[in-house]
Design a protein around this ligand. Sequence first.
Ligand SMILES: Nc1ncnc2c1ncn2[C@@H]1O[C@H](COP(=O)(O)OP(=O)(O)OP(=O)(O)O)[C@@H](O)[C@H]1O
Length: 235
Amino acid sequence: MLQAIALTRQFGRHTALNALHLEVGKGEVFCLLGPNGAGKTTTINCFLGFLAPSSGRVLVNGIDVQAHREEARRHIAYIPETVMLYPYLTGYENLEFFHALTGQAYTKSQLFHFLLDAGLQEAAIHRRVETYSKGMRQKVGIAIATAKNAKALLLDEPTSGLDPRASNEFSVLLQRFSSEGRAVLMATHDLYRAREVAGRIGIMKNGHLLTVMQAQEVDHYALEAIYMEHMNAAL
Ligand SMILES: Nc1ncnc2c1ncn2[C@@H]1O[C@H](COP(=O)(O)OP(=O)(O)OP(=O)(O)O)[C@@H](O)[C@H]1O
């Protein structure tokens, strides 16, 4: 569903991504770990079509993002660290607004249920977003992605700043989202959540994808040890 093929991105003389190969299949959750500046956000921005590759390609559902940006974007949803919503609108009104942009036609009851299914409490749905916690905003983000019928979800450090319960709820939501056959690519610094939610985990450093592993095959301590080993090695 998401494919980076020899994806290279330079900023001036700095190579932020160096011939990255990455594939995230339908129904898969892939977590990208790596230190600040590793290239995680640059990868996501290339998939979103915000940044053009210097060389190589990015495909969404087989569509070349550079050549057909709008078409590719139809299949993806994006959840950044802080989901941008209109603070003076309610959660429901935000969903109604963003869903109207996609041209899909849902009834009021269907929209309401997207928010309920995303875990937003019923009492909060008609409250202004300015009163929402970060976790609640992310639930609205998931509802928007579901209503869009996005085939792939890109997330950039979505659990940073969430308390453990909110973070756990979010992991469950992502797993449900992927179990519906959608691809999930999540950049994170949270090794614990990565292991909990991912099918595969990749470690990036200096624009290189150094290793990819099955999350099931490592426990938290092993993942941390592998991560530290890569961080301490020269590259
Ligand atoms: N617009 C830009 N102009 C110049 N350099 C950039 C730009 N965007 C990113 N970079 C550089 O590219 C490299 C990769 O940055 P990127 O934001 O992708 O890393 P990251 O892994 O997401 O880091 P973090 O964990 O801090 O979010 C860094 O060296 C960064 O300074």
